[in-house]
Design a protein around this ligand. Structure first.
Ligand code: PEP
Length: 256
């Protein structure tokens, strides 16, 4: 067992995005539940389907070690917020995690880091663990601003009461999401070490050392082993490859 895994249990999380109706979602979840039962898991496994299928997927996961999460939540507990879903509602349906600040939400819904922080506070209050996404665009990277952008996102998106128990960071370079492109292993390692140092600055050494930092962006069976072996990479947030049982399972099996 790698040193980092003694301190932080790796997490492999599937982000299904806006995919799958009830039938396909249930059969995908059932297959993942079944396949994970056949192996000794070296990591926590999480799937984050769309809101509409959370309940059906929860039933399909019954008796397995696969956890359920959502892809967003409101900053409010209840009330006049048409179209929103509160963290308490997610908790009731069986979610343990919620992804917040994914770049697609930051772009499509103009979510700012301070909105992400408000949502994270509400999620923590409801007893959910948050996966807070950060990452630079290609233009920002090419301008040499990747670290500055990520530092600012951490400083503003992560609530000060965050710790390794209630928060996971996902570093997802925007230009790597769904594109098949990934940073080099050296670039990923360098950025994850930097993110950890920013977390130390913001939260103190102990919470920062215990906080998992996932890599996300075109992780697939062919590159997972290398990415997951890097120092300070504590798992992956996986989009496209989490919709195919064989690919998702292959990534899960790469956690050593
Ligand atoms: C994501 O959207 O979080 C993601 C990492 O997507 P993909 O794996 O498809 O790049």
């Amino acid at each position: 067992m790698a040193y980092k895994h003694k301190v932080r249990k790796p997490l492999i999380a599937g982000n299904w995005k806006m995919n799958d109706l009830k039938g396909d979602a249930r059969s995908l979840a059932k297959s993942i539940a079944l396949e994970t039962k056949k192996i000794d898991l070296n990591c926590e496994v999480l799937i984050c389907p769309p809101f509409t299928v959370l309940s059906g997927v929860k039933n399909a996961l019954w008796g397995s070690n696969v956890k359920l999460g959502a892809q967003d939540c409101s900053w409010a507990e209840n009330g006049a917020h048409t179209g929103d879903i509160s963290p308490v509602m997610l908790k009731e349906v069986g979610c343990e995690y919620v992804i917040l600040g994914h770049s697609e939400r930051r772009t499509d819904h103009k979510e700012t880091s301070s909105m992400v922080r408000s949502k994270a506070k509400a999620a923590h209050k409801a007893g959910l663990r948050t996966i807070i996404c950060i990452g630079e665009t290609l233009a920002e990277r090419e301008a040499g601003l990747a670290k500055e952008v990520c530092e600012k996102q951490i400083m503003t998106s992560v609530p000060k009461e965050s710790n390794g128990g209630n928060t996971v960071i996902a570093y997802e370079p925007v230009w790597a999401i769904g594109t098949g492109k990934t940073p080099t292993p050296d670039e990923v390692e360098d950025m994850h070490a930097f993110i950890r140092s920013v977390l130390v600055k913001k939260l103190g050494a102990m919470p920062a050392v215990r906080m998992r930092i996932l890599y996300g962006g075109s992780m697939k069976p062919s590159n997972a082993e290398q990415l997951l072996s890097l120092k300070d990479v504590d798992g992956g947030l996986i989009g496209g490859a989490s919709l195919k049982v064989e690919d998702f399972m292959s990534i899960i099996k790469k956690v050593k």
